[in-house]
Design a binder for this molecule. Structure first.
Ligand code: GLU
Length: 293
């Protein structure tokens, strides 16, 4: 009896040792990468692949695109796109980590190397390109306005021109800047927070009359809070979403652009949408033309 128990324990110990050996990623060689890939020496792709690790900057409070769940991990379309890039780099799922990246800190997070890529409802524009580079676009959103479901006094951005009504957006976002030209008085009418959930809370408690940002972000909040909010009017800008990388890393940007083009046709882009934002908006988008500037 005793002997067999000892033997069993020894077998378990041997098994866990061998599992640990397989799972080890520190001494290179036999990692757990789904597929072994090789990349040109000195590239970011090679560095990330060899490390078996990537840090992704994304949102943690945006339903459908990047929302942190009970498992403490963000989920959404942006997160799925980021995971596919990790997969193409040969990085196992266990090597993927996330850093919350609110709108105002996206450039800084890349510049400081706190994230390897930022996939965060991130509009490509020239001002941002002075500090970082963008792969993509992989989606085109548009700025819109969300109000409480029982409010019919706001019908679009022009409704702010008379003054009085307050609108909330996020610091460092394009919608916070774009809405300014529709306001009679910026100081009293524009409220900015660091993340969109705080704007939604302010709308619920009637501290503001509207929230403005991209349509898909607002649609996510509308779906999550059934019956409480609605969109007002039409979208009034174009927001092409890019994947932020460190400025000047052209090889990495090319690699991400190639990956996007590949997933537009192999089904992974459509699946990523259907599993996430597609729950609120069933029309699968057509992957927009990549801008290899
Ligand atoms: N796409 C816009 C931006 O990049 C708004 C969404 C956001 O703040 O993440 O500023």
């Amino acid at each position: 009896m005793r002997i067999s128990r000892v033997a069993t324990l020894a077998a378990v110990a041997a098994l866990s040792l061998s599992v640990a050996a397989c799972g080890g990623d520190s001494d290179g060689g036999s990692g757990t990468a789904p597929e072994s890939k090789s990349f040109a020496a000195g590239t970011t792709m090679e560095k990330l692949n060899k490390a078996g690790k990537i840090t992704i900057g994304t949102k943690f409070d945006q339903p459908g695109f990047g929302l942190k769940g009970l498992d403490n991990k963000p989920a959404g379309f942006d997160v799925e796109i980021a995971k596919i890039i990790a997969e193409e780099l040969g990085i196992p799922e266990s090597g993927v980590s996330y850093v919350e990246t609110p709108s105002a800190v996206r450039e800084e997070v890349l510049e400081q190397g706190k994230a390897d890529i930022v996939v965060a409802t991130y509009t490509i524009n020239d001002k941002r390109k002075e500090r970082i580079d963008f792969a993509g676009p992989y989606y085109v959103a548009g700025q819109h306005i969300m109000v409480r479901a029982d409010d019919s006094s706001i019908t679009g951005p022009d409704s702010f021109k008379a003054g009085g009504k307050k609108v909330c957006s996020v610091q460092g976002s394009t919608p916070a800047t774009n809405i300014e030209k529709y306001l009679a008085d910026k100081v009293s009418q524009l409220v900015v927070f660091d993340v969109y959930q705080k704007c939604v809370d302010a709308l619920a408690s009637k501290q503001v009359d509207a929230v403005t940002t991209d349509n898909v972000i607002l649609t996510g909040f509308i779906a999550k809070n059934e019956g409480k909010y609605k969109l007002a009017g039409e979208k009034f800008t174009e927001e092409p979403y890019g994947i932020g990388v460190k400025k000047g890393d052209t090889a990495f940007r090319d690699f991400i652009n190639d990956t996007l083009e590949k997933i537009y046709t192999d089904g992974r882009y459509a699946t990523a949408w259907k599993d996430t934002a597609g729950k609120f908006d069933s029309a699968v988008p057509t992957g927009p033309a990549i801008n290899r500037y």
